[in-house]
Design a protein around this ligand. Structure first.
Ligand SMILES: Nc1nc2c(ncn2[C@@H]2O[C@H](COP(=O)(O)OP(=O)(O)OP(=O)(O)O)[C@@H](O)[C@H]2O)c(=O)[nH]1
Length: 345
């Protein structure tokens, strides 16, 4: 299912393609008669196509039928191309060389399915136009040659297949790249945990789910104690190593369904779905003990953490209020001597 950004991108691409087609057609109408002596019917067909395209353009620009933009373009393309191809010699028409571009354009403004649909209808049409080419009216009056027709039909089919396969690879690469960018956008580059943006997305989902299923959900806010002294004495690079190691230790010891994020400098947050405050306190204490029993960085520093915990309340509660309560509890823990778990009141 395409998201809103993808729909906007497809809409913009469709507009640009229609605009370009209008420009090319307008040039053809204005300049072609100056260089070639064509029957008047060509000019009238081109003018008719231009008017049709401008109508389609205004429909797309005003977003009158956003769901049907692709179908509208497809039907217009068929309505424009078929008569033009028929009167200018079918596969022998110069216009036919634009046909293999269609699956690629369809992939850009639609997707894989649209590209395949276009290619699957185009290839039999080219084959039929090649087989029955003798019966196609050619108003340009070019001399008919079966050999040339079959040769052109062959290359048109080959180019259409090429463009479809290329579109497929292009979309594969595009999807991989966009999902990598999406992932990078929500991850903290140092610890590889979720950043604030990732936390917001997944916390909201987990909270909505907890409210819908009337299940408990808890939050643990964690701060490394006296972290400044490590930075001050050994430098930020050693501090960074400690942060990564603490992050790895915490994430290795929470459930797969829990959401762990870097909340700020040396602060982490864990969202625990299906967990009430009592259970969260046990998990928090397990994490506290784990950190205090470990040593960090090549210098084997001992570290401790202070943890504030809270649970989602039944009435008038939200993510921000939960974080504020846990933050308050955390700072109470710091005041009470650090290396402890402090439940919110
Ligand atoms: N190395 C490193 N340090 C960071 C990073 N982000 C924040 N810090 C450091 O974390 C330290 C936080 O210091 P404080 O807020 O004073 O807290 P603290 O020294 O841990 O003391 P308490 O929280 O009161 O126990 C500061 O020295 C920040 O520079 C980071 O990405 N890398």
């Amino acid at each position: 299912m395409p998201n809103r950004d993808q729909i906007t991108l497809h809409h913009t691409l469709t507009l640009r393609i229609v605009e370009l087609t209008i420009v090319i057609l307008a040039f053809a109408v204005a300049l072609r008669p100056l260089f070639t002596n064509l029957p008047n019917v060509f000019i009238w067909v081109a003018v008719g196509n231009l008017i049709l395209l401008m109508l389609v353009y205004s429909v797309i620009r005003r977003r009158l039928f956003p769901q049907w933009e692709f179908c509208l373009c497809l039907v217009t393309a068929v309505a424009i191309m078929l008569p033009t191809l028929a009167i200018s010699g079918g596969v022998n028409s110069q216009l036919a060389f634009f046909l293999p571009l269609s699956p690629l354009l369809a992939a850009l403004i639609g997707g894989r399915r649209e590209s395949i649909v276009v290619a699957a209808s185009l290839i039999p049409a080219i084959v039929l136009a090649t087989v029955f080419s003798e019966h196609v009216i050619d108003l340009t009056g070019e001399l008919y040659s079966q050999e040339k027709t079959i040769d052109r039909g062959f290359w048109l089919v080959a180019a259409t297949i090429f463009s479809t396969v290329f579109a497929w690879f292009f979309l594969q690469r595009y999807d991989a790249l966009t999902s990598k960018l999406k992932e990078e956008n929500i991850k903290d580059p140092l610890t590889n945990l979720y950043n604030r943006r990732g936390l917001n997305i997944y916390f909201k989902k987990a909270l909505d789910n907890a409210i819908c299923s009337a299940s408990p959900i808890s939050l643990i806010l964690i701060d490394i104690d006296n972290f400044k002294t490590i930075n001050d004495q050994y430098g930020h690079d050693v501090g960074d190593i400690c942060l990564v190691e603490v992050a790895n230790l915490l994430s290795a010891n929470v459930r797969r369904t829990d959401i762990i994020a870097r909340f700020g400098g040396e602060e982490f947050i864990i969202i625990l779905p299906y967990t009430n405050q009592e259970a969260a306190a046990l998990i928090a204490d397990k994490l506290r003990q784990l950190v205090s029993k470990n040593t960090f960085s090549p210098f084997a520093f001992p570290l401790t953490i202070t943890l504030g915990i809270t649970e989602h309340l039944q009435h008038n509660d939200n993510a921000l209020k939960m974080i504020k309560r846990a933050d308050k509890a955390l700072y109470k823990g710091k005041d009470r001597g650090r290396n402890r778990v402090e439940p919110a009141e």
